[in-house]
Design a protein around this ligand. Structure first.
Ligand SMILES: C[S@@+](CC[C@H](N)C(=O)[O-])C[C@H]1O[C@@H](n2cnc3c(N)ncnc32)[C@H](O)[C@@H]1O
Length: 213
């Protein structure tokens, strides 16, 4: 997927990825694949280059983290960061996140991050947008009551779509005022590569936090 991998990235994928890839045989008991038996499991969907996931894992060493990403160049960046920092509370799902969502146990997640998901701007591609009733229902099933869902975008049309779908969901409640959408990154949100690029081009980013009811 994406550009061909450089040799160094390919080496990282071949030599290091297997040791941090989530063991699918443990999907019904995901903490069993981590070195620590943590209280909480947090999931980042589409972690891109992994800067946010690594930052959160470092800031929250008592939490176990699952990161899903299908883009091999991003996974390679993430692997380099994991190797350099020695972070141990992260396991990767290096493919489409949807089979993971189909298989994790009910109420197994305490926090979910979906930061700058692909906007699929063309009308005929809107059905590919991750934020849709089916995925929201599935996330709600996987999240504990009171769990946090963080959602961000820099795309005005996708933002409207997100607002419409999140308002329609009976499973989530906004932690902000709908008439005043947050456009300043909260302090404990770590900037992502995609966001940094958008901000440098003068694009407004919106940062929404929801609670699972
Ligand atoms: C626009 S990028 C944003 C990346 C990162 N969150 C950031 O803010 O820099 C969206 C990412 O989601 C990933 N992605 C899209 N659909 C996915 C899926 N079904 N499963 C896993 N990753 C997915 C893409 O590969 C891409 O890296």
């Amino acid at each position: 997927m994406g550009r061909p991998l450089r040799k160094v990235s390919q080496d990282l994928i071949e030599q290091f990825l297997p040791s941090v890839t989530f063991d699918k045989t443990l999907i019904q008991d995901p903490h069993a694949d981590f070195d620590q038996d943590a209280e909480e499991l947090w999931l980042e969907i589409g972690f891109g280059g992994g800067e946010h996931l690594c930052g959160q894992a470092r800031a929250n060493p008592q939490v176990n983290f699952l990161g899903a990403e299908a883009f091999m160049n991003g996974i390679a960046l993430m692997l380099r960061e994991l190797l350099e920092t020695g972070i141990e509370n992260v396991r990767l799902w290096p493919e489409d996140v949807r089979p993971l969502l189909d298989s994790l146990p009910k109420e197994s997640l305490s926090r979910v991050f979906l930061l700058f998901p692909d906007p699929w701007p063309k009308m005929r591609h809107h059905k590919r947008r991750f934020v849709n009733p089916k995925n929201l229902e599935r996330l709600a099933y996987l999240m504990k009551p009171g769990a946090e869902f963080r959602l961000a975008t820099d795309h005005s049309d996708y933002l409207e779509w997100m607002v419409e779908h999140m308002k329609a969901s009976k499973d989530f409640t906004a932690q902000f005022d709908w008439d005043n959408l947050p456009t300043t990154r909260p302090e404990d949100w770590i900037p992502t590569r995609y966001e940094t690029k958008a901000l440098s081009q003068g694009v407004t980013c919106t940062y929404m936090t929801f609670k699972r009811l």
